[in-house]
Design a protein around this ligand. Structure first.
Ligand SMILES: O=C(O)CCC(=O)C(=O)O
Length: 268
């Protein structure tokens, strides 16, 4: 028996590589929103720009100037976000889809898409940013606002997690190593994806192999989100990429592989 989701949710997850459910009430969201806005206002600076660049992005935005502000590692800024990560309802839902009770943090971030000019994200798999041996990684995407295709909401290719890792068509500033990763937009255009219409307080959990992206925000509304990447505690990175504070923090269960020597006590 699942702990938090329904059996139907778990079956949907297996087939489609994602699942959407309500986690927070309006009252809980009011408190989260307040802290989120405070953080973005307090830290406001030009280094928070996180829109992707390159020819495929110019095509997707039809040359329009777009923007999205990002803060990473929110648990290092405010306990509100640490509390989300340790929320037992969320961990029950994660256990339902991940099939393990040994659950660890990879990293967190937030994307704040402004009205009228919010940047899209081309269809991509998160796998290329941080590949792991057992592909246990999932994203927890918390909708801070009601979101839909008009205000830059999320979209997915259902079932694409079964394709395995796809070739990288990302942007390469030096012509060699991709700075941003995405799938071939000719094969997987945003227009061909399934929109996810979500209410504030709803969460979408999706596999890091699921092709996902999000639309331009052409509306009068902001589109804010908080995202946590979560992995099975015993999974192992295939590349030395994307190290971040509190990575490996145990959210539930036990990590049998964690080193316990004095020599490596400062490693993370
Ligand atoms: O902010 C968004 O809409 C999408 C972000 C995303 O897909 C990602 O960071 O992997």
């Amino acid at each position: 028996m699942p702990l938090f989701l329904t059996q139907q949710d778990v079956d949907f997850w297996k087939e489609n590589g994602y699942v959407k459910f309500r986690l927070y009430s309006d009252k809980e969201m009011d408190a989260i929103c307040k802290e989120y806005d405070y953080l973005f206002k307090l830290k406001e600076n030009s280094g928070m720009e996180a829109a992707w660049i390159g020819d495929d992005m110019i095509k997707a935005t039809k040359g329009k100037e777009v923007s999205v502000q990002s803060v990473h590692n929110l648990q290092m800024h405010s306990a509100t976000f640490t509390k989300i990560l340790t929320d037992d309802r969320l961990l029950d839902a994660l256990q339902d889809v991940m099939g393990t009770e040994h659950i660890a943090l990879h990293h967190t971030k937030a994307h704040n898409k402004p009205p009228k000019r919010g940047a899209p994200y081309l269809m991509h798999q998160d796998y290329l940013y941080f590949p792991y041996k057992n592909d246990s990684m999932v994203a927890v995407f918390l909708n801070i606002d009601n979101s839909d295709p008009e205000n830059g909401g999320l979209c997915v290719y259902p079932g694409s997690h079964k394709l395995g890792p796809l070739p990288d068509h990302g942007y390469k500033a030096d012509g060699k190593d991709a700075d941003f990763h995405w799938a071939d937009p000719a094969k997987y255009p945003i227009e061909g994806a399934t929109p996810i219409v979500a209410k504030r307080g709803e969460v979408v959990i999706f596999s890091y192999l699921l092709l996902h992206g999000s639309y331009v925000n052409n509306s009068e509304r902001t589109r804010r989100m908080f995202l946590a990447q979560i992995m099975a505690a015993d999974d192992e990175p295939l590349k030395d990429l994307h190290k971040s504070p509190a990575q490996g923090l145990m959210l539930r269960g036990f990590n049998p592989k964690r080193d316990a020597t004095m020599e490596k006590r400062f490693h993370h």
